[in-house]
Design a protein around this ligand. Structure first.
Ligand SMILES: [Zn+2]
Length: 303
């Protein structure tokens, strides 16, 4: 299912990248198209080649689980975690890259400034995690980049908020547009922070809209704009503490495999198929309504 949706989406993005003359992006889209195209199964476990692109929903779900496992134990020790959303006035497609560069540069400088103060014995160490997201407003065709931040305590959140408003000035950043509140549910907060990329096309959205049978428009052109602006940027980062240990991935030990099966993804069957027997892997059939939505209602003309 995820695989099918990703492939349909990628074919459209590939076309946009071709139209825009972005060969590098086009290549990344193809990598995602072929993400886990071939699987090898050994004793009921599956292994595939991952594209690791941030717009790949297959890779994102794996990455999300991995990051929650790594960060949750650290953050559970924080006594007073706070949730902070920092944003500015929405901007046009043309200005998005500039805005995103300033977002990252700005937060980095604020954190560095307070780190120096702390080292001089003057002030507190800012501790937290942050992720950059961008929403698209189809009505006004504007983009709204924003940071989701979880801080160790209230004080850190207040300092960041104050510095953010000062950095952008009231012309771009108004206090009511920002959000600061205690974290009530750490796991949910963390999931919110980690699902980076863009909110234009989320599974939840799709499920919701498919259920109410409303027309779903997928603003791929806008998504392409966001991905282009975020390319090479660090979307998720931590500050004030060391990187938690990477959870060890179980890999196939280098050994001669005699007893394995090979599967290849077949888009027509929306399933992986055994290369020798033709047997399908999940037996999953894409619901016709969802298939129609994905094939017909993709809006690539906007912006
Ligand atoms: Zn992938």
């Amino acid at each position: 299912m995820r695989k099918t949706r990703t492939q349909i989406m990628m074919l459209n993005l590939i076309k946009i990248a071709q139209d825009n003359g972005e060969p590098e992006l086009e290549k990344s889209y193809w990598n995602t198209y072929y993400c886990q195209q071939n699987l090898v199964s050994v004793n009921g476990r599956f292994y595939g080649k991952y594209c690791k692109n941030r717009f790949c929903s297959l890779c994102c779900s794996i990455r999300k689980a991995d990051m929650i496992n790594r960060y949750k134990p650290v953050m559970e020790k924080w006594k007073e975690p706070y949730f902070l959303t920092l944003t500015v006035k929405s901007c046009s497609a043309r200005n998005l890259s500039k805005y995103i560069a300033k977002f990252i540069q700005g937060i980095t400088r604020i954190i560095a400034k307070h780190r120096k103060r702390y080292q001089r014995g003057n002030g507190i160490k800012l501790v937290g995690v942050r992720s950059l997201e961008c929403n698209f407003n189809p009505k006004y065709k504007t983009y709204n980049p924003h940071f989701h931040i979880i801080t160790k305590d209230r004080k850190t959140a207040e300092i960041l908020l104050r510095e953010w408003l000062k950095l952008w000035t009231p012309k771009f950043a108004k206090r009511p547009a920002q959000n600061i509140q205690p974290v009530r549910d750490l796991e949910n907060g963390l999931i919110e922070i980690i699902k980076y990329g863009s909110k234009i096309f989320t599974e939840a959205d799709l499920k919701e809209k498919a259920r109410v049978k409303k027309t779903v428009y997928i603003y791929l052109k806008a998504l392409d704009t966001i991905l282009t602006a975020m390319k090479g940027k660090r979307i998720f980062d931590r500050f004030g503490f060391d990187s938690p240990q990477q959870t060890t991935h179980k890999q196939i030990k280098p050994q001669l495999l005699l007893n394995y099966d090979e599967w290849e993804y077949n888009p027509e069957l929306t399933d992986w198929q055994h290369v020798l027997t033709g047997e399908t892997l999940s037996g999953y059939i894409l619901p016709p309504s969802l298939k129609a939505i994905l094939e017909n209602n993709i809006n690539t003309t906007l912006v």
